[in-house]
Design a protein around this ligand. Sequence first.
Ligand SMILES: C[S@@+](CC[C@H](N)C(=O)[O-])C[C@H]1O[C@@H](n2cnc3c(N)ncnc32)[C@H](O)[C@@H]1O
Length: 169
Amino acid sequence: MQLNKKFGLIRKGDTVLDVGCAPGGWMQVAREIVGESGYVLGVDLQNIPPFEESNVEALQADITRNDILTTIKERKEVFDVVISDISPNISGIWDVDHFRSVELSEKALGLAVELLRSRGNFLVKVFQGEGTQDFFAKVKAHFSYTKVSSPEASRKSSAEVYIIGKHFV
Ligand SMILES: C[S@@+](CC[C@H](N)C(=O)[O-])C[C@H]1O[C@@H](n2cnc3c(N)ncnc32)[C@H](O)[C@@H]1O
């Protein structure tokens, strides 16, 4: 919500893809913003019980699978916004977790590149580390405005950063 206030990523009526969405916190926030005229689709390895609202759906799927694009496109071909809070199983070894987080975030970027409309927006949370700059460069290649942000709502000691890409080109 804070990031959205600051960067205006999601708007009323938007279609939003939420990558790594369980248990559904970001989906709820996205639904509040898009309202009744928008649509929110979440994807996660975990099952999420159906939502009351008809314009919010969750798919239980692995985003690293080759058929993921087809599965998503069966629901919606094009999205205004892709958000990702995808996170690996934590091993406790920071470098390992960081690189897995970057790997998954690259998959989320790949989905964004395939599914976003022109000038669409992207937000991804990634564990900070050695690979962050390279990943940021990959995001930069696809968006006309990019930013790395640490919102106030995240813990001070948190080593997660939010990468924002606006205006997909
Ligand atoms: C931090 S949680 C997301 C929390 C969510 N944003 C919320 O507000 O409720 C990260 C999620 O990424 C999912 N995940 C990890 N690897 C995945 C994969 N390969 N495909 C789909 N989801 C994955 C995990 O199952 C987990 O639910």
